[in-house]
Design a protein around this ligand. Structure first.
Ligand code: ADP
Ligand code: MG
Ligand code: MG
Length: 904
């Protein structure tokens, strides 16, 4: 920032009954607190007058080596004159001293900043003026001791324990228990001791000059922007360092003037449930943060809350009915004005109410839903605005069972919160065993050092997954998120002994079968089965979702491989299946042998023999899926993973396969070695498998079409499967396999006497496919749909292996090369451009081309917005992310409609 740019700008903004310069939308300049104080003053609410020094001055201050510019000083003093005129007092005056609070206030609320200083302007002389003028010496000295305590702590760096000790001693000596027991004389004695203690600590007397006090406090606020706590907080919350904080200097009002004075905090609605009820607390004859400091027990605001809490001290409603009435009216007014639930601070001085702060209140996700729905029903928000109020990412909290917040929990170890939700079950270390026990109806937590594709069935069977190694994008994490299983990854404190079947952590040993609970949202592993809360998908949640469905343009499908996934997807509102991966069907215990037989067969006849065993199983799976999904679209991807993932490795597996094939284990071992690949991700996988072994596609297509015939016979609904060919880069690849699929369809039609309706399309997951989209989609026989496989497209576009990305991601995010993890949120500039190119080129030759994305990005709100803007037809994501995608799609539609309106 240059001095010339700021020289002409106003640095100090007034608020109060006679003049208010700022307003609510000036948060960048005035900070949140200052902007809202101005707004309340402009609304005519009782706000003690004051002024705000802008956030720009913070930057000047810190750039100037900690000097407040002279013109700013002059402006502040002029403002103080005006504030003093408003309240009939003068800063530093011995008879009628103006006292102020000095309050920090950044653009975003930021703990770690300087604490507020109250009653600034008091010294040995002004305190007497205050005592005389208020005719309340006790109040005056109580205020003075508070000021000394706060100022010394915050500005002079004297630890507050020094003061607590002095006060405690004084109380003990006199047999007092409460601060309110102390008289003016008592406080005078305490103050003398405070001052002595300060001088002993800092070799200087407590400042008596009120200007020195003022600039000391202002400097402390600006300086606190650079303290370690604030810097850490900013880094963790992505708050730019150059925002700066504002300083608010405000005339004091006093909640500590006796029994008709009080101070309190309130939410206009219940922040944990969202219920429309005043929610808050107050303390009589108290000041500032006494309410939250826990020195005395605060009293509830309403009678209802008092009764519910079984509290004997009266509520504000009975104690000060008039004030309570006014407060209620103001709360209502503020809610309507800000059109949101407010978090409010107020003070009552001798029966007169003063407003000291208002801001949008923090709330739980459940409360956010209820508040949004009710504000819309009350006519305060439109439905579209209500939809924009909910953060789609926060939905996770609602969609999984969560640990009862009131439950007691003993944590064994912590790891990464890899996949949200909580689950309890028996410890099992082996995937086969997990599957077997699950079949007996037991709940399992699969505990592994790390997982591999061979654990898929165990992960499916488990209620939750724990690994000792691996990051947020490890195999376990990615698969668990896709399956919607809670997962804690990389819990490195766990010592797992597979052979002994034990788990050691925190000095305790757990055995197979011991009960544990995991919290994948918090990354915790807990002893025993902790009580949980089930997700609630009705009520306000359902209302918001139906509103979202009313405005979104983008379709939302789910990635679902099993009937169970499909049912979950439907219950979460999926409109179809965007990706059914067929490979897990091969992984299942009874099938893997046939699959291995197929891979290891040395000729087509051998492969066909093995495939014939798999066909009925696949057909049964697809039939079930079609029956569940009815007429909704189901996209089935042909076999995709590298063959080596299916290969037998252990001796007993090799023996079994060799036997089935009628060959020697040695021959089989040689075959396995032959299939080894150096870089399987870019190797023999996707359509390349079927180009070499078309009989695989033939079998899968047959399973799909026969299942479609059977399912529509059974349900009477027409089924339209979408057959998806993976990893295509060349039109020729597509043609070769599409031909096999069409021939198979004709055969099934002839055999069954039924006309099939189906689509053939491809997954776009290689840059070449995106570039050659027009070629792939052109003509009668071209692809009828595209599904961008953005997981692989990200890997192949950036040339970064997801499974190896964890350590790279960390430094790339730190060095700001990646703004976000490109495997979580689509890289708009690079991968996104490929998606846009593919979409545009594909649609040019075939305007009816259906286009969607599948992969984890489909459930990421930012990526969903991208898909909306790029004109895709649908996104597909894991079932548990479907509501997130529905809401994100609605928000994207609302935002782009608004952008269009703004342009007009
Ligand atoms: P925080 O940002 O930590 O909430 P505030 O600046 O809001 O800090 O101050 C904390 C409390 O101090 C307020 O809630 C209010 O009770 C009290 N306070 C601040 N300014 C004044 C004032 N001018 N008169 C009376 N009380 C004040
Ligand atoms: Mg505070
Ligand atoms: Mg506050």
């Amino acid at each position: 920032m240059t001095t010339t740019a700021t020289a002409t700008r106003r640095h100090v903004y007034l608020f109060g009954p006679s003049r208010t310069d700022g307003k609510a939308d000036m948060k960048a300049l005035l900070g949140g607190k200052g902007a809202n104080l101005a707004e309340m003053a402009a609304l005519g609410l009782p706000v003690p007058p004051g002024c705000t020094i802008t956030t720009e001055v913070c930057a000047l201050y810190n750039a100037n080596g900690g000097k407040i510019p002279d013109d700013v000083r002059a402006d502040v003093l002029a403002a103080l004159d005006e504030i003093g005129r408003d309240v009939g007092a003068k800063f530093g005056d011995a008879e009628t001293p103006l006292l102020v609070s000095v309050r920090s206030g950044a653009r975003a609320s930021m703990p770690g900043m300087m604490d507020t200083i109250l009653n600034l302007g008091l010294n040995d002389r002004t305190v007497e003026g205050l005592a005389a003028r208020s005719n309340n010496a006790r109040f005056a000295y109580d205020s003075y001791r508070r000021f000394i305590q706060m100022y010394a702590d915050v500005v002079l760096g004297v630890d507050h324990s020094v003061f607590e000790e002095i006060l405690e001693n004084h109380k003990n000596l006199n047999g007092f228990s409460l601060d309110t027991d102390l008289s003016a004389g008592d406080w005078k004695g305490v103050i003398a001791e405070y001052k002595k203690a300060i001088e002993a600590e800092i070799d200087k007397p407590f400042p008596q000059d009120t200007s020195e006090q003022l600039w000391g406090a202002v400097s402390a606020v600006f300086g606190s922007w650079q303290n370690a706590r604030a810097i850490t907080y900013r880094r963790l919350h992505d708050i730019p360092d150059d925002w700066g904080t504002a300083v608010n200097i405000q005339a004091m009002v006093f909640g500590n003037m006796g029994p008709t004075s009080a101070t309190g905090v309130a939410f206009t609605r219940n922040p944990s449930t969202g219920a429309k009820q005043l929610y808050g607390e107050f303390l009589v004859n108290a000041q500032g943060e006494d309410v939250v400091a826990g020195i005395r027990t605060p009293q509830p605001l309403t009678e209802a809350a008092r009764k519910e809490a079984g509290e004997t001290a009266p509520s504000l409603e009975t104690l000060m009915p008039e004030t309570f009435g006014e407060l209620t009216r103001i709360f209502d007014l503020l809610e309507r004005h800000y059109r949101d639930m407010q978090d409010i601070e107020f003070t009552v001085q001798e029966g007169k109410l003063w407003m000291l702060q208002t801001r949008a209140g923090k709330r739980t996700t459940a409360a956010a839903f209820r508040i949004a729905v009710e504000l819309a029903e009350e006519g305060i928000l439109s439905r579209e605005e209500a939809l924009m109020r909910i953060e789609p990412g926060a939905l996770d909290q609602l969609l999984h069972p969560t640990i009862d917040p009131d439950a007691e929990k003993r944590i064994i170890a912590t790891g990464l919160p890899a996949s949200p939700g909580a689950a309890a079950g028996e410890i099992v270390f082996d995937s086969d065993e997990a599957e077997a026990l699950k079949a007996q109806g037991r709940s399992i937590i699969l505990v592994r050092i790390e997982t591999s594709p061979e654990d898929i069935h165990g992960m499916h069977a488990a209620a939750g997954i724990v690994t000792a190694r691996g990051g947020m994008t490890s195999h376990a994490a990615v698969v668990a998120r896709g399956m919607g299983r809670p997962c804690v990854c990389g819990a490195s404190a766990l010592k797992i002994d597979m052979a002994a079947g034990t788990l050691m952590a925190n000095g305790r040993t757990f055995r197979k079968g011991d009960l544990i609970t995991i919290d994948g949202t918090a990354g915790e592993i807990i002893v025993g089965a902790v009580p949980m809360r089930q997700p609630e998908l009705s009520g306000d949640f359902a209302t918001i979702m139906s509103w979202a469905d009313g405005v979104r343009r983008l379709g939302v499908r789910a990635n679902a491989d099993t009937p169970r996934d499909a049912e979950a997807a439907l219950s979460f509102g999926a409109e179809g299946i965007g990706l059914c991966r067929t490979e897990h069907m091969f992984f299942e215990e009874d099938r893997i042998l046939a699959m291995r037989e197929m891979i290891c067969a040395t000729d087509e006849a051998g492969r066909r023999k093995a495939l014939a065993k798999i066909l009925p199983m696949q057909r049964a799976d697809f039939k079930q899926l079609f029956e569940i999904m009815g007429e909704r679209p189901v996209t089935i991807r042909l076999l995709d993973p590298p063959l080596h993932e299916f290969l037998p490795h252990e001796d007993r597996e090799i023996t079994a396969v060799a036997q089935a094939l009628g060959i020697s284990p040695a021959t089989l071992k040689a075959r396995v070695t032959e299939l080894h690949e150096f870089n399987p991700m870019l190797g023999f996988r996707g359509c390349r498998l079927a180009i070499r072994y078309p009989e695989i596609t033939e079998m899968q297509a047959r399973a799909i079409f026969e299942a479609a015939v059977a399912a529509s016979k059974r349900t009477g609904k027409s089924v339209t499967p979408e057959v998806m060919i993976p990893l295509v880069a060349y039109r020729t690849e597509y043609d070769l396999l599409a031909r096999v699929i069409r021939e198979t369809a004709r055969a099934v039609e002839a055999e069954s006497g039924t006309k099939l309706s189906y689509l053939i399309g491809t997954m776009i997951e290689l840059p070449r496919a995106a570039l050659k989209a027009a070629e792939i989609a052109t003509g009668e026989d071209g692809a009828e749909f595209f599904s961008f496989g953005t997981n692989d497209l990200t890997q192949t576009c950036i040339g970064l292996s997801r499974d190896d990305a964890a350590p790279i991601l960390a430094s790339y995010e730190e060095k700001a090369i990646f703004e976000v993890d490109p495997f979580v949120s689509i890289d708009r500039d690079g991968v996104g451009e490929l998606v846009a190119i593919g979409t545009e080129r594909g649609r040019k030759v075939n305007p009816d081309l259906k286009i969607g994305i599948c992969g984890e990005h489909g459930g990421d709100p930012r990526s969903v917005a991208f898909c909306h803007e790029t004109g895709l037809d649908y996104v597909s994501c894991s079932p548990f992310r479907v509501p997130v995608a529905r809401l994100a799609a609605a928000q994207a539609a609302i935002s782009s409609n608004a952008a269009v309106r703004d342009k007009d």
